[in-house]
Design a binder for this molecule. Structure first.
Ligand code: HEM
Length: 457
């Protein structure tokens, strides 16, 4: 019997390396900077002259930090400073009462009923994505991350502002965003963490310029929407919902400037992550073509020839299982950082106030003492006792607790839908000599992209 291939996983570093090598590894790729023992450890400590951090893999500690006492473990300042030029004062990086107010206004827009309303926009984005791919599905290599980014950005613009990615302002924001990432290639968690705290976060002139351009474009969209809301002509989409929802405590709504910060994070968090998850899901279908066939058959049976309704999402069970398993193996947000606001005692260690606490979906999702066959691709695992137990206590692609991703349900509708639509339309194969290798930028991406060959079914 031939063994199924294992999905790619970065080689860990040796247990002992020089501080200099560690520092360089850490800044370039936080995943391969870690030793193999982290896939078995419950907790680990990293001490260098510049940072002192603790990685928590024990589900009880993860629960304590994210669910039970989140107020004692706010988001780390280091991350906020690194992302500030683009994100301003957005919900992703604020803490305390400012953050609480922002979530009170944002959360209702992502509730179940509202999600149903976004389905037609997601469906249209899926059709447009399949059409773009069809024009290139001749068996030649395609770098699929660029395609999934395009599709995910399209979903965000259609659901938020009722405009497709072809709209001039949306297209300009998307292409500036790419320039922004190129100007700031080291924006990854390792780089943000590894700098000594007293070093101010310098942002290159290009980084500041591209961030300002993106924010300018978003301001254009947001100001125009504010005018439409006042005139009573605004479309019924997520932007209108968020901009007209009063804070249930104070009764006030976001002004244009506050909304710009939030739109910046919806754009960043909503398209980078979904693009990463969809890219890896498609790569896994290429490595495991039987699953591609299963998804195609399911999509054929569920979707049918007519424009479907939101209810199909619940029936795309295999697509959901594949998407879920892809996010287990390649969590788009591989690590999250919190700061201890008072001294703590975790397992047998004393943590000083200000300690950086790293919660790593990457390691938790592949933990050898929690998951059966952690490095294997097996979407059926979630139906087993071990899979169900781990889903509850060792699976956090969207984080958990009060700072859980507000877009989780949105992403779990968009991802499986897109995956099903693409699998129905194409056979997907890997490209010889271009195996993908994960690397942590802001999200988990292919070191040299993710290359696939598509042919029409
Ligand atoms: C597969 C797709 C997605 C994944 C894996 C994902 C994952 C996450 C994770 C892990 C966090 C917590 C980060 C931390 O605590 O440091 C987060 C926060 C956030 N996500 Fe998502 N996300 C996804 C899609 C979306 C979408 C579609 C939206 C909006 C349209 C969105 C909006 C946000 C926002 C606003 C936050 C900040 C919440 C807060 O700090 O209170 N995300 N996401």
């Amino acid at each position: 019997m031939t063994q199924a291939p294992l999905p790619p996983k970065p080689l860990p570093r040796p247990d002992k390396v020089s501080l200099w090598r560690y520092f360089r590894l850490f800044r370039s790729d936080i995943l391969s900077a870690q030793p193999a023992r982290l896939y078995r450890a419950w907790m680990a400590e990293f001490r260098t002259p510049f940072f002192h951090s603790y990685l928590c893999n024990d589900p009880e500690l993860v629960d304590l930090v994210l669910q039970k006492r989140p107020r004692d473990f706010p988001k780390s300042d280091r991350i906020r400073e690194g992302l500030a030029p683009l994100l301003g004062n957005s919900v992703f990086i604020t803490n305390g009462p400012v953050w609480e107010r922002q979530r009170r206004i944002i959360d209702p827009a992502f509730e179940g009923g509202r999600l149903r309303d976004t389905f037609p926009a997601m469906w249209d984005a899926g059709i447009a994505c399949v059409e773009r791919l069809r024009a290139r599905a001749d068996g030649q290599p395609i770098e699929i991350e660029a395609e999934t980014s395009h599709a995910a950005a399209d979903v965000i613009f259609r659901t938020l502002f009722s405009i497709p990615i072809e709209n001039a302002v949306a297209a300009a924001a998307f292409s500036e965003f790419r320039a922004h990432q190129k100007a700031q290639p080291i924006v990854n968690l390792g780089a943000l963490l590894a700098l000594p705290k007293w070093v101010p976060r310098f942002h290159s002139r290009k980084t500041r310029r591209t961030a300002a351009t993106i924010r300018g474009l978003i301001t254009e969209l947001t100001a125009a929407r504010m005018t439409q809301i006042k005139a009573g002509t605004a479309p019924n989409d997520l932007a209108t919902k968020i901009m007209t929802t009063p804070d249930p405590v104070t009764g006030d709504t976001f002004d244009t400037a506050e909304m710009v910060d939030q739109v910046a994070i919806f754009f960043l968090a909503g398209h980078e992550t979904s693009a990463s998850a969809l890219g890896w899901s498609l790569y896994l279908l290429a490595l495991f073509p039987d699953w591609g066939d299963r998804l195609a058959a399911e999509a054929e049976a569920v979707i049918g020839p007519e424009i479907p309704y939101f209810s199909i999402i619940n029936r795309l069970k295999q697509a959901r299982a594949v998407f879920r398993e892809a996010m287990r193996l390649y969590p788009p947000v591989p690590m999250m950082v919190r700061e201890a606001s008072c001294p703590e005692h975790f397992r047998d260690r004393d943590l000083p106030k200000g300690a950086q606490i790293v919660i790593s979906p990457w390691h938790l999702h592949r933990h050898e003492r929690l998951w059966e066959r952690p490095d294997e691709f097996d979407p059926d695992r979630f139906a087993t006792a071990n899979g169900k137990a781990c889903l509850r206590n060792a699976y956090i692609p969207f984080s958990t607790g009060q700072r859980v991703c507000p877009g989780a349900a949105f992403a779990m509708a968009e991802g499986p839908l897109m995956l099903a639509m693409i699998a129905r339309a194409f056979r997907i194969a890997p490209v010889a000599g271009r195996a993908a290798m994960p690397v942590a930028h802001l999200t988990v991406r292919g070191r040299d992209g993710i290359w696939l060959a598509l042919t029409p079914r």
